[in-house]
Design a protein around this ligand. Structure first.
Ligand code: OGA
Ligand code: MN
Length: 296
């Protein structure tokens, strides 16, 4: 079995033919979806209507699931299943959060180009976002999600630059990405719970062999370099990698399920009308080891 795909961005993003993801998939179907993701690290399924349980069960076909930083916090939560990330602007009672709400401000870190959870020693692989409620248009953006192709960005670097970045390691720190938007009010104990992690700057796809830049807003500096030099290199690489020729912008429709491979992509959310609900649900698969153990 192969999944029918229609390209949305050459060699990077594609829309998959209809497959009802609310039903259990057999091994062949899972392998076909995985093959489509290896070809297109951003894969869009339309017209799904998944419960949180169905989203969890579908995602679990691809690996063990992450429990994110927000779900790991004590206290009441809007969503019952800890493996389902709450990518919304809603509080536990389904009301739109106030502009100064700390969880909202923390979540605004998603508006910076990033790859998910790169601040963890073992980061994540697949992200899957399902659109449940979408906001209306606004002057600053309509809540799109943009994805940048880190394989194409690596390929477009001059060979001498590729050679120079290949062996580098970056330090990734969630408190650095939040500091960039002026957010520092983390719950007590969280700084100790999420120390920085070291990640390779260049990764190699285990199936296709293609190399890719592993960049993220969490990446603070280059390990072993003066902080300022590393930060400036990361600014240059981020500017290069997020040029519009490498970017696919996803305009959400209700029922969309977008899968992306965090190893070869960066993404960011765009602004939207903050007085209206935007409710996306996310499931995320974990990698099996640190990037430092993987071949570059
Ligand atoms: C995420 C994320 C962006 C968005 O869910 O990991 O970064 O558009 N989301 O909500
Ligand atoms: Mn994200």
């Amino acid at each position: 079995m192969a999944i029918h795909t229609q390209e949305l961005h050459p060699g990077f993003a594609a829309e998959a033919g209809f497959l009802d993801l609310s039903r259990p998939l057999d091994g062949d179907a899972v392998a076909a979806v995985q093959a489509a993701i290896d070809a297109y690290p951003v894969l869009v399924f339309r017209d799904q209507r998944l419960t949180d349980g169905q989203l969890r069960d579908f995602a679990a076909c691809f690996g063990p699931l992450e429990i994110g930083r927000s779900a790991a916090r004590p206290g009441r939560r809007r969503l019952a299943i800890p493996q389902i990330g709450d990518i919304s602007n809603l509080d536990v009672d389904n009301n739109v959060r106030a502009l100064d709400d700390r969880r909202r401000l923390d979540g605004l870190g998603n508006r910076l180009w990033h790859t998910d959870a790169s601040y963890m020693p073992v980061p994540v692989v697949l992200g899957m976002l399902h659109a449940v409620v979408l906001p209306p248009q606004s002057p600053f953006g309509n809540g799109e999600t943009e994805f940048a192709d880190m394989r194409a960005a690596y390929d477009a670097l001059p060979p001498a630059t590729q050679q120079a970045v290949d062996p580098l390691v970056a330090e990734h720190d969630v408190f650095w990405s939040r500091a960039q938007i002026g957010f520092t009010e983390f719950p007590a104990g969280e700084r100790e719970q999420y120390p920085p992690s070291q990640q390779r700057l260049v990764r190699r796809h285990p199936v296709t062999g293609r190399k890719s830049l592993y960049l993220s807003a969490h990446a603070s500096h280059i390990t072993g370099w003066p902080v300022a030099d590393g930060r400036l290199l990361l600014v240059d690489l981020n500017t290069h990698a997020t040029q519009s020729r490498f970017v696919y912008s996803h305009t959400w429709r209700l029922g969309d399920l977008v899968i992306w491979d965090n190893r070869w992509t960066m993404h960011r959310g765009r602004p939207h009308d903050e007085t209206k609900a935007r409710d996306l649900r996310r499931a995320t698969t974990l990698d099996t080891g640190s990037t430092l153990e993987q071949a570059a």
